[in-house]
Design a protein around this ligand. Structure first.
Ligand code: ADP
Ligand code: MG
Length: 385
């Protein structure tokens, strides 16, 4: 049984369709990442799973039960938001115990003295004490249970927010960019923290981010979205090695995959007037194509010849262990970027590269690492072999 099924779900705000006929199904224990640029509909889709937003058509099934008409409280989910909304006047312990308290909430808890006594009784019940102990241990919060949110760092607060979502042990955890308010270093450590939590407590996670690194490192499945449409759904490896189209190809990877304009003439792959080695089988009709090549699948040389792909270095960047070199190809051979503009070919070279601006170089592409896209539609044609 799938943990979550999203079947033909669409969402309109007025006349504007922001989610268009989405189909996704994930298994129990999956960590699904909804990835895409700002405004592509990630939060809307997550909020529809949570029941915070209605759906315009389709159906949502969680744990075998159709939930799209149920209120949020009747879906077995917990939601962690981008800004960790903790209660400032409650200790870490009480913040975490709060959802458990609410499970046993009775109207007379509003009465000051009786309410306070009842709350304390629930908080001190073995069930609650045990749960808080277990969660705070997993989250590394054991020593902070009596502190107040204002005395905690951003990362610690976010862990309390996670703890509060987790104590209810819901079937599904929904998280909307929970790390985007943290600084870069903390984001990296919280990333592995959340992955570890997912492994330890199990459960199904749906996690929204615009950050490809978060998606690649945390997701067991990734749905890459654009304009309310899923461009590709698969594992991080699928999406990196077999991108369905040029959009996916350029969204994942830094620098992004190069797209080099070429022509398949029925017998040879021509880049400008140069034929490059490639066998295509089965045969492909003559057409304009884009050769997708990752920056690390290209090698540079300074000995040029008439049958090499020659160009000129237009940028050198040293980034830690690697150097990034931009090469503008000669003779009308061009790569193109997201806007369809002509662009230089990006090459990643291990170590400190000694090439300098203006230097003449040739590039060699590993034919086994090329992906062929239709220049007309941007769809992947097939791998070159
Ligand atoms: P993301 O989370 O990927 O950045 P959202 O799901 O927040 O994207 O938004 C998707 C689109 O829907 C955006 O164009 C946004 O302006 C629009 N949108 C979101 N919420 C509403 C709303 N309540 N009313 C009208 N339009 C909305
Ligand atoms: Mg959003």
């Amino acid at each position: 049984m799938s943990a979550i099924e999203i079947n033909n779900v669409s969402k309109k705000f007025g006349a504007k369709e922001v989610i268009r006929d989405i189909n996704v199904s994930i298994d129990e224990g999956d960590f699904l990442v909804l990835l895409g640029p700002s405004g592509c509909g990630k939060s809307t889709l997550l909020r529809m799973l949570a029941g915070l937003e209605s759906i315009s058509s389709g159906e949502i099934v969680i744990g075998g039960k159709r939930v799209d008409q149920l209120p949020p409280g009747d879906r077995d989910i917990a939601f962690v938001f981008q800004s960790y909304a903790l209660y400032p006047h409650l200790s870490v312990r009480r913040n975490m115990a709060f959802p458990l308290l609410m499970q046993e909430f009775r109207l007379w808890y509003h009465l000051p003295i009786i309410g306070a006594m009842a709350k304390r009784r629930i908080e001190n019940s073995p069930r609650v004490v045990e749960k808080i102990a277990k969660m705070s241990k997993i989250l590394g919060l054991t020593d902070m249970l009596d502190r107040f949110p204002r005395t905690l760092s951003g990362g610690q607060r976010q862990r309390v927010a996670l703890g509060r979502a987790m104590v209810r042990e819901p079937e599904v955890f929904l998280m909307d960019e929970p790390l985007s308010n943290l600084d870069a270093k903390l984001r990296t450590s919280m990333r592995s923290e959340i992955s570890r939590l997912h492994k330890e407590i199990g459960g199904t996670f749906v996690y929204v981010t615009h950050d490809q690194v978060e998606a690649m490192t945390m997701g067991t499945k990734i749905a890459l979205m654009r304009d309310g449409i899923i461009q590709q759904f698969g594992t991080a490896r699928d999406i990196y090695t077999d991108p369905a189209n040029t959009y996916v190809a350029r969204f994942i990877g830094t620098p992004p995959m190069n797209l080099i304009m070429a022509k398949w003439d029925g017998a040879r792959m021509m880049v400008g007037s140069l034929a490059i080695a490639a066998n295509l089988s089965p045969t492909l009709a003559a057409s304009d194509v884009l050769l997708g090549v990752r920056p690390n699948a290209i090698t540079l040389a300074t000995d040029l010849s008439n049958d090499s792909l020659n160009g000129e270095v237009v940028m050198v960047e040293h980034v830690g262990a690697d150097s990034i070199i931009a090469v503008r190809l000669k003779d009308g051979r061009t790569a193109h970027n997201d806007d369809g503009d002509l662009d230089a070919v990006m090459v990643t070279v291990p170590g400190y590269c000694m090439l300098s601006m203006g230097q003449a170089v040739s590039i060699t592409i590993d034919p086994h690492q090329m992906i062929l896209f239709s220049a007309a539609t941007g769809e992947r044609i097939r791998r070159l072999t």
